[in-house]
Design a protein around this ligand. Structure first.
Ligand SMILES: C[S@@+](CC[C@H](N)C(=O)[O-])C[C@H]1O[C@@H](n2cnc3c(N)ncnc32)[C@H](O)[C@@H]1O
Length: 264
């Protein structure tokens, strides 16, 4: 018996509808569950990333010790601005996540943590407890790095740190302008991120192919950003950076890295 045109149409429509429904449910699950799952994933990945990248992070942040020493050499009347006997280095960390960088900060660092996802706070507090009193947390600001005007005063911090964050922010230029605004004159911006591979390499092709899915499951993380051109043109008085391939244990698509320092 011949099928009616409507039955023939339904043969196509029903599977398509099923796929749409499954995708919608997955998307809904991602929207609701992802902000909770992502911090858990990042906190775990961080352990291996820090092992693989320890020497680079030490190299990146080594000038913090000099910054702290020069703060301590300055004559201070009575106590320091934050009421402590010894001046400490005030570091604003944008996209602090689980506090992965605390172990690399010099003894006497006070951190203002900026993080848009409040589900990171538990992991952050654990890290704070682990590194206290070497590193102290002044406060946690739940906000995006693009606009910190309600939370952090102009020219108020000695250093700003961004690691694995500029790959994900919606507007790098806005984050860099905020960084410049909050830094004291002569303050330092330390940055480290994975970047686009050299064009015409297999890694570059892979990055472009994986880009949409990676960004979808990776909280907006972009595989093909360069980062250094934006820092270069942000108007810092001095910028230095180096591009390098990170440890081979990292996935190939995030092995190309840049790290550097910019001075206000
Ligand atoms: C891959 S994690 C890196 C965390 C940490 N910096 C590290 O090195 O382990 C990216 C972090 O950037 C944060 N983030 C994403 N967009 C941001 C934005 N616009 N401003 C500030 N932080 C942001 C995320 O919530 C997350 O904590």
């Amino acid at each position: 018996m011949e099928k009616s045109p409507l039955a023939g149409l339904l043969d196509y429509v029903v599977p398509v509808l099923l796929v749409v429904v499954v995708l919608l449910v997955l998307h809904l699950l991602k929207t609701i569950a992802f902000p909770h799952i992502f911090p858990w994933v990042v906190a775990r990945i961080t352990i291996n990333y820090n092992k693989a990248m320890a020497s680079f992070k030490q190299e990146l942040l080594k000038d913090m010790k000099d910054q702290l020493d020069s703060l301590r050499e300055k004559p201070v009347d009575g106590s320091s601005a934050n009421g402590e006997a010894q001046p400490s280095l005030t570091v604003l960390e944008i996209g602090v996540g689980s506090g992965a960088n605390f172990k690399f900060y010099p003894d006497g660092t006070t951190v203002i943590a900026v993080e848009p996802n409040k589900n990171f706070v538990g992991y952050l507090e654990k890290s704070v407890a682990e590194h206290f009193p070497r590193v102290r947390l002044q406060r946690t600001v739940i906000a995006y790095g693009e606009d910190l005007r309600d939370h952090v005063e102009d020219c108020s911090v000695d250093a700003v740190v961004c690691t694995l964050v500029l790959c994900s922010v919606r507007d790098i230029d806005a984050v860099l302008q905020e960084t410049k605004r909050v830094l004291k004159p002569g303050g330092k911006f330390y940055f480290l991120d994975h970047i686009a591979a050299d064009p015409e390499t297999w890694t570059s092709t892979l990055q472009w192919v994986l880009r949409p899915v990676w960004s979808y499951v990776g909280d907006g993380c972009q595989l093909v950003r360069k980062v250094w051109p934006e820092v270069d043109r942000a108007g810092f008085s001095r910028v230095s950076y180096k591009k390098f391939l990170a440890h081979p244990t990292l996935p190939r698509v995030i092995r190309p890295h840049v790290m550097g320092m910019a001075t206000k």
